[in-house]
Write a protein that binds this ligand. Sequence first.
Ligand code: NAD
Ligand code: GLY
Length: 366
Amino acid sequence: MSLLMHTLHVDLGERSYPVYIGRDLLLDPQLLRQHVSGSQVVIVSNDTVAPLYVERVRAALGECALLSEVVLPDGEQYKTLETFAGIFDRVMADNHNRSTTFVAVGGGVVGDITGFAAACYQRGVNFIQVPTTLLAQVDSSVGGKTAVNHPLGKNMIGAFYQPSAVLIDINTLHTLPARELSAGLAEVVKYGLICDEPFYRWLQQQMPRLMAREEAALAEAIERSCSNKARVVAADEREGGIRAILNLGHTFGHAIEAAQGYGKWLHGEAVATGMLLAMELSARRGNIDAREVAQLGEMLRGMHLPVTAPADMTAQDFLSYMARDKKVIDGRMRLVLLDAIGAAAIVDDVSEMELVALLEGASHPL
Ligand code: NAD
Ligand code: GLY
C-alpha cells in the first residue's frame, strides 16, 4: 500500500514542479502517470537498477502508445558523451516525437545523463526523475543540473533543465549498498552545515537511525534536505550566486575524484572529506569552534566515510585540479566556507599559502 508522506514544491515560476516523498510510491497508479504529457515514454535506467525497479515503473505508467527502454551500463565512468549519444540512437530508431516523456530511473548518473538527453532531444522534452539512491533523492534529482563528464573535468558538458516531477520512493533504499547509503548521507549532512543548524543538530542525534535505514527518519531527512535544496534553487536557479553554497566540500572533493580516477571514490565520499577540509579551514579562520570540526569528523567516521585525503595526493595535486573548478572566475578560486554552523559563505580571498598549509596535512586525521 503506497503512502505519500510529503509533497514539496520547487518554486520556479512556469518551471515549478512537485517532489513526492513516500513509501511504495511506484505502486501508486496515479502519481507518475499524471506527469506524462503525451502517450510516448522513454525509460532510461542502468543494468543494476533496471532489473530491480523498471517493471514497477512500467506498471505505474499504464498504457503508453510507444514505450522504449534504454539500459545504460552502470558506473560514473559511463557518464560520457558516448553513452549520452547512445540514448538518441534508440529514441530516434523508435521514432519518438516531441511529446515524448523521458523518465530517469536510477542514481545521479542516470538522472544527470537522462536530464541532459531530455534537454537536447528535439530541443527539449518532458522529463521525470525517479531517483533510487539516497544521494539522488536528496540532491541530484532536484534543481535541474544535468550533465556528462569530459575526460578533463566532471559535469563539464550539460544544461540547466528542470524535471516536471520528482518521485522519491524510499522503499528503493532497501536494496542500496551500505557504501552508497553513507555517500548519500554525506550530502544530507551538507544541508545542515550550510543552511539549517537545527537539522544538523538533529542529524548528530539521529544518525544511527538513518544508518539503520529507519523509514521515518529517512523520510524526515529526505524531506528536510529537499526543502532546503528547493529553497536555494528557487533563489538562484542558474547559480549566479547563492546556489554555490550547495557545493560545500565539492571543490576539494572533485579534486579527489578526478585525481583518483572517477568511480574509485564515490562522489559523496569525496564530498565528506572535502566538507571536513572546508570546516577545518573555517575553524582556522576563526569562524567556528575547532570542537565542531572534531565532532563532524567523528560523525563522518561513524558513517563509515573517509575523513582523510588519499595518501598519494599532494597539496599541489589538489591545487591543480581545484584550478579547473567551475566556481573559478577570472582566475580567482571561490570556496564555500562556514561563517557558523548553518551559515555558509562563498569566499574568494583564500590564499595559496592557506590552502597549502591546510592540504599538506589533509592525508592525516584532522
Ligand atoms: P550512481 O548513480 O552511480 O549510483 C550509485 C550505485 O548505486 C550505482 O551502482 C547504481 O547502479 C546503484 N543503485 C542505484 N539505485 C540503487 C538501488 N535502489 N538499489 C541498488 N543499487 C542501486 O551514483 P549517485 O551517488 O546516485 O550519483 C552520483 C552522480 O550524481 C555523480 O555523477 C554526480 O556528479 C551526480 N550529482 C549530480 C548533482 C546534480 O545536482 N545534478 C548533484 C550531486 C551529484
Ligand atoms: N549539487 C549542487 C547543485 O545542485 O547546485
